[in-house]
Design a protein around this ligand. Sequence first.
Ligand code: FAD
Ligand code: NAP
Length: 563
Amino acid sequence: MYSGSKCHDLLMRMEITSDIVEGQQRGYRQGRSFDAIVVGAGFSGLYQLLCLRDRLGLSVQVLEAAEEIGGTWYWNRYPGARCDSESHSYCYSFSEQLWQEWEWSEKYPGPPEIRRYLNHVADKFDLKRDIRLNTRVTSAHYDQAANRWRASTDDGDVYTAQFLITAVGCLSTANVPDLPGLDSFQGQWYHTGQWPHKGVDFRGKRVGQIGTGSTGIQSAPVIAETASHLTVFQRTANYSVPARNGPLSPDFKRWIRENAGEIRTTMRTAVNGHPFLISETSALAVSPAERLALYEKAWETGGLRFRGTFRDLVTSNEANATAVAFLKDKIRKIVKDPATAEKLADIDHPYAAKRPPIDTDYFETFNRDNVMLVDVRADPIERITQNGIRTKGGAEYPLDIIVFATGFDGMTGSLLRMNIRGRDGLSLANAWAAGPRNYLGLQIAGFPNLFTVTGPGSPSVLCNMPVAIEQHVEWISDCIAHMRKEGLTRIEATEESMEDWMAKVNAAANATVLPQAKHSWYLGANIPGKPRVFMPYAGGMAHYRKICADVAARNYEGFTLSA
Ligand code: FAD
Ligand code: NAP
């Protein structure tokens, strides 16, 4: 089908030409030609622009759908939204000056502070002049003869470049479930990942929240504070560990500044890019009393550090079961109504098999008089009615506002919506019909000069993401620098290297408990019809970094480079 014949090339060129003619007829601007196009202006896109423009001297255009930079932190403004990486690590580490001059106020800041940080970075490095906002890329086609990518945008412009770099985010396509009757609902509904900038007033309102992932666990306690009533619709019960958020003390801020090098080294060598190391002790190597004491200490410390209590929590079911027992016991102790506690503790997957949420008073929220839990695994939602939500069992829940905390079409959603076509007209949708396949999460056979920052098959979402993002962006930039130096113009992953990498991705996942969470977005299970493939690379960030460095050192082994 993808013959690479002259005829096919001609058809491709005609299709591209007709895009241009159509654009010209409609009076759109043309001739926007660059060395590289970067799609997205979150953490990834900003740093990719800086590296290519200021370090390599390339002409770069960033295209961003939103009206501001910030990515995740532009879109996710729901009540209670915060990062779960500790602030002093949820930032760039490439610039000592930037590290020294920026001061975080809290351990887990919310969207406004993170947006301020990203704007500070963009202003400091004069990035905004090369970012075009309010511009969604609607298609990106590779022109084989010209060895250039042509990106069309929703306002009708066409941009061309030798390199196309997607920085579109792993969690940037909101998933609103296709529930019958939503159009008929007479109240208001919102998805947490597309939250109105002016906020939502819950006072005096009966609110229904669907979803108990990291988002729902953050939002429910805050919504409950002002709503007259909150009904939480839970399909899969979830673990959560207290975040123990709070202001950073002057001493801690000083410590961050004075120990920048050491903190960065920890982040870059840690399995998951966080600023702490995972214990080397097995959960099974200590006595029950000692284990309990360590779990209690980690619970008091709070946050994602809980995951680092023992080395084998994600690699051994037996070790994991000890954490499961501890965390379920906590739920039963916190939640006063035994029936509600049982529903909340009826968790069907190992701890950390989904990205583990951290919270402020999530389980405590179910002790409030104005909060109710509905188990929609036992009695699924049948439809949205004019007045609220009805379940298959016939129960009716009258609501004024529905909050969809229902997550994202993770890792592949934004890439597939971009209508990407590579060599011989091959569409990414076809290439990935059975699930994403690529080499190192960075490149796909059939799509020359296309790089995917934090693509599926990379550690990305299993990490503190700025660390994963910096590594990808720097690797891509080094690769392009190498090509320029050697007079090479085209790079493409081979089929064989892709096959080999996918086998490694599967093997790494199967060496952990992660694929056992059947209802996880890591597996694509949250999107009806999406192929069930464990998408991120679970072999650890530090190991992955070494693999990528070795590939580069071996003259970009597994890629075909040509002039
Ligand atoms: P994004 O920030 O998602 O930016 C991608 C950008 O691409 C978006 O602005 C989008 O509008 C744009 N885009 C997409 N498609 C197109 C298109 N076709 N045309 C033009 N523009 C397009 N990770 C952590 O490591 N720690 C955390 O604490 C953490 N907290 C999170 C909290 C929430 C609520 C969510 C949803 C995610 C969180 N993450 C966290 C993951 C987070 O996505 C990453 O940390 C990081 O922000 C990703 O940056 P990015 O630039 O790769 O992608
Ligand atoms: P999520 O983890 O995918 O959770 C979505 C929730 O909605 C799940 O409980 C899911 O149930 C439920 N759901 C989806 N469709 C449903 C339907 N049709 N009916 C009933 N329930 C339905 O999404 P998220 O909470 O937005 O988090 C996504 C990721 O973003 C996280 O894993 C994390 O990486 C990141 N994040 C981080 C933070 C942070 O603390 N920094 C905060 C928010 C998000 P099932 O589980 O049964 O599918």
